[in-house]
Design a protein around this ligand. Structure first.
Ligand SMILES: Nc1nc2c(ncn2[C@@H]2O[C@H](COP(=O)(O)OP(=O)(O)OP(=O)(O)O)[C@@H](O)[C@H]2O)c(=O)[nH]1
Ligand SMILES: [Mg+2]
Length: 283
């Protein structure tokens, strides 16, 4: 399945990012803990230059715990500050503390000059990764709009946390070309690409094939008609059979089956899985 993606507003979002980087001391890059590699923007290294950067492995409640530990070690080995986090139910102190740690040298330097530095942090990441939720978590209140679909935040928004600490929310940024097909699929599985532009039945079928490989027991437990011997091309049919999704005339309701597979996967109801590993060849 080839995923074509070139929305016009992404170019604008990229410009916005470049502009706003000039205003901040630190960048908090939110990755989805279920697919840290696929959700890392390959452009960001060049854009950030030597800007202080923190990695947050967000939605870690939906990812495989052991895989998250491996990703944390991998980022730490690169000398980066990294925090596995659940923004939907997270410890706001832990998130604020990691930003404080990253900016402590700058704050101390300014203090020596008699200035109480206001730390400004920008939160960046792909659409729907949880940027606005992360900011609300630190703020302890619903200060930015969130939603369970990509493209909710449309412009930049400053959120003042304390007199000396401000966070910048920005729209999600997807790079224009998704050259790596596996990464493109992962982005679509986790809901970073609008379903409206995708063939959801094909997407759900691909997701079932992937899950059958990485967590066969969980997938059979969720959809009882899926067995270890179920062929790849019959997985969606087995989902429909498991839930009794039939159209008039007895044909399987593939559209409904596909919707359920995507929704339940994204909500972590099938299994907590991580789709990519830190030691793959393309590092
Ligand atoms: N389970 C879980 N859900 C989360 C977490 N963080 C965010 N969410 C959910 O993910 C969805 C997207 O969150 P947003 O904060 O709107 O994402 P965003 O990155 O700001 O998205 P855009 O503004 O569209 O780029 C919402 O339904 C949140 O409740 C998390 O750590 N765990
Ligand atoms: Mg947002």
């Amino acid at each position: 399945m080839r995923i074509h993606w070139y929305p016009g507003h992404m170019a604008k979002t990229r410009r916005l990012l470049i502009e706003s980087l000039k205003l901040v001391d630190v960048v908090v890059e939110l990755l989805d803990a279920r697919a840290p590699r696929a959700t890392a923007n390959p452009d960001l290294n060049a854009l950030l230059k030597d800007k202080t950067r923190i990695i947050v492995l967000n939605k870690c409640d939906l990812a495989d715990l052991e895989a998250t530990k491996r990703w944390v070690l991998w980022y730490e080995a690169k000398g980066l500050l990294v925090l596995p986090f659940n923004s939907a139910a997270g410890n706001k102190k832990a998130a604020a503390a990691v930003i404080e740690k990253a900016t402590a040298p700058l704050v101390a330097k300014m203090k020596e000059k008699g200035v109480n530095k206001t730390v400004r942090a920008q939160v960046v990441g792909i659409p729907n990764v949880g940027k606005s939720t992360f900011i609300n978590c630190i703020a302890g209140a619903a200060r930015t709009k969130v939603g369970n679909k990509p493209g909710v935040t449309r412009g930049k928004q400053w959120v003042k946390i304390t007199q000396y600490f401000e966070l910048l929310d920005t729209p999600g940024l997807l790079w224009p070309k998704l050259e790596n097909e596996a990464h493109a699929l992962s982005l679509a599985f986790i809901g970073a690409i609008k379903d409206e532009i995708l063939d959801v039945e094909e997407l759900a079928a691909q997701l079932l094939i992937k899950l059958q490989k990485i967590c066969p027991k969980a997938i059979s437990a969720r959809f009882e008609k899926i067995q270890s011997e179920t062929r790849d091309e019959d997985l969606l049919l087995a989902v429909c059979a498991s839930r009794g999704f039939l159209l008039h005339g007895g044909m399987p309701d593939y559209a409904r089956g596909a919707r359920i597979v995507l929704d339940e996967f994204r909500a972590g109801k099938i299994a907590c899985v991580t789709l990519d590993e830190p030691n793959e060849a393309d590092d």
